[in-house]
Design a protein around this ligand. Structure first.
Ligand code: TEU
Length: 532
């Protein structure tokens, strides 16, 4: 049965490799470190681990600037370490998803060295080179996502090259068939080594307007926002031809059994769902970041879930993301109490959940002093509040030195309260968020309704969010109180009550509820509905 495909019924767990586990005492996480922690990951009950880039890289953007798509940076280990990681993961029943960064390479990639060596080099066209305007200025007004012009002048060959991110990350030209073929070989290289799928970085960026027209100004822009928001990205991203490119990648992935293609896409719902592709020929899972981007209130969330459910193409499988290495941590955004409600939401909605390492121990914003800032975006556009370091800090394993992450001072600081907020301590604490995550994952895994059932909203008023998940005879209700006061939900139609399976407080299991469901402050409940 299709619904049993692992990437539909399973849960993805994202690891930021610099910050999961250091095995060689340099203060930066690595592959042997991850491998040594796979028992923990499998023990959570998740089904796949997605590892952010581990490829050779000058680390201008911490690995999102790739200098060799088919290798491992010595900082993280070796290809043999990767093979060992995959072997151990598979033993534990975990799939391994790699980050694929095809929109741009590092400026240190040999392809770029060739491309910039002369206008006549066969790889010139693998990147995006344009003449200056007659006055010498850049070809158009496009802005880099990290601030400043997206065009970099190259003195030697007298042209500009385009970079949507850092100037050390020149964009590749996906209109070039040889580049496409080379990239397909990269996918094959990793799948031949047992990799189970890819999370494709900025997939909606891959094709740019053929005429490189100026982007229009964003009328809603105000100071204090990053410069990239001053323009609407009408011509630089989300071009119709991108779907051909993605379908090409998908065909390569489909040549191997049981692999998954995930796309990173920051677009509104109606644009996002086009990335399933014509007749589902696109990404299996276009990442859905709506929960990250929507205000944390019941009305807004209910509305977005309905809109998303309605917008999905026939057969398109939904997915939900609560955090990643680019976004403030969920506990930082909505507080510790609501982070537990958010966990219940993520793990009860219809669609593949992606968890971000550390969220399960309630990691919040870790303060990073100015002299320890690492994020190149923060360095380019300081002080706007978009530093990504606070969500990239080391995993906290125990109350020992450096939280068990490393024997050395880590590359980013630990949370001040790491002696309380760590895996060992929270495992022992009955009602901890970590144990809540474990219970939620176990419940979801044991329930067809929760993992693959249909989604049925239950009418409810602010600040309550309620819905059912139904599969055959199994009928499960979810009630979430998004407020710090108690509230009572009322069931106006069937089912007229049921039995509590799980509270975010980890008590009340087995309690019967009727048409009135009383919720404590910041409480979420999963209730098995009484049929009839
Ligand atoms: O992020 C893409 C992206 O759009 C980010 O710029 C995001 O919008 C921003 O960080 C905050 O919302 C991907 C990677 O996830 C990110 O880490 C890389 O820096 C970027 O691509 C370039 O590869």
């Amino acid at each position: 049965m299709l619904e049993n495909t692992w990437w539909k019924s399973g849960i993805v767990y994202q690891v930021y490799p610099r910050s999961f586990q250091d095995s060689n005492g340099d203060g930066v996480g690595d592959l042997p470190g991850i491998t040594s922690r796979l028992d923990y990951v499998a023990g959570l009950g998740v089904n796949a681990v997605w590892i952010s880039p581990i490829f050779p890289s000058p680390m201008a953007d911490f690995g999102y600037d790739v200098a060799d798509y088919c290798g491992v940076d010595p900082l993280f280990g070796s290809l043999a370490d990767m093979d060992a990681l995959v072997a151990r993961a598979h033993e534990l029943g975990l799939r391994v998803i790699l980050d694929f960064v095809p929109n741009h390479s590092s400026d240190q990639h040999p392809w770029f060295a060739e491309s910039r060596s002369s206008r006549h080099n066969p790889k010139r066209d693998w990147y995006i080179w344009r003449d200056a305007k007659p006055d010498g200025s850049p070809p158009n007004n496009w802005v880099s996502n990290f601030g400043g012009s997206a065009w970099q002048w190259d003195e030697a060959t007298g042209q500009y090259y385009y970079h949507a991110f850092l100037r050390e990350q020149p964009d590749l030209n996906w209109r070039n068939p040889d580049l496409r073929e080379a990239m397909h070989d990269v996918l094959r290289f990793w799948m031949d080594r047992g990799i189970d799928g890819f999370r494709v970085d900025v997939i909606w960026h891959l094709i740019k307007d053929a005429e490189f027209r100026d982007n229009p100004p964003n009328p809603g822009y105000n100071e204090g926002r990053p410069e990239i928001d001053s323009l609407l990205q009408v011509h630089s991203t989300d071009q119709p031809e991108v779907h051909d490119v993605i379908a090409g990648m998908r065909r390569v992935v489909d040549d191997y059994p049981d692999r998954v293609l995930i796309g990173e896409i920051y677009l509104p719902v109606e644009r996002l769902v086009t990335y399933y592709g014509k007749d589902l020929s696109g990404a299996h899972l276009p990442f859905n970041f709506q929960l990250i981007q929507t205000a944390w209130n019941a009305h807004a969330i209910a509305k977005l879930v309905n809109e998303y459910e309605d917008a999905l193409p026939a057969g398109g499988w939904p997915n939900w993301v609560l955090g990643n290495h680019d976004q403030p941590r969920i506990a930082a955004r909505i507080g510790a109490a609501q982070a537990r409600v958010a966990a219940m939401l993520l793990l009860t909605l219809r669609g593949t959940p992606t968890m971000y390492y550390g969220d399960e121990i309630g990691l919040a914003r870790v303060e990073v002093p100015p002299d320890r800032v690492q994020d190149p975006w923060e360095k380019n556009e300081p002080g706007l509040g978009f530093n990504r370091d606070p969500e990239r800090t080391p995993m906290q394993w125990d109350d020992g030195a450096h939280a068990g992450f490393s024997s050395h001072d880590p590359w980013l600081p630990l949370a001040e309260d790491y002696r309380q907020c760590n895996v060992a301590a929270l495992s022992r604490e009955q009602g901890s968020i970590l144990n809540l995550y474990r219970r939620l994952i176990a419940l979801r895994g044991a329930s067809h309704a929760l993992s693959v059932g249909s989604y049925v909203p239950i009418p409810s008023a602010e600040p309550l969010l309620a819905f059912r998940r139904v599969h055959g005879e199994e009928d499960v209700m979810v009630f979430l109180n998004l407020d710090a006061e108690p509230h009572t939900a009322e069931l106006r139609c069937r089912p007229a009550g049921g039995r509590i399976l799980l509270s975010t407080y980890l008590d009340r299991a087995g309690e019967e509820v009727g048409v009135k469901v009383a919720l404590r402050p910041n409480e979420g409940l999963i209730v098995s509905a009484t049929r009839g």
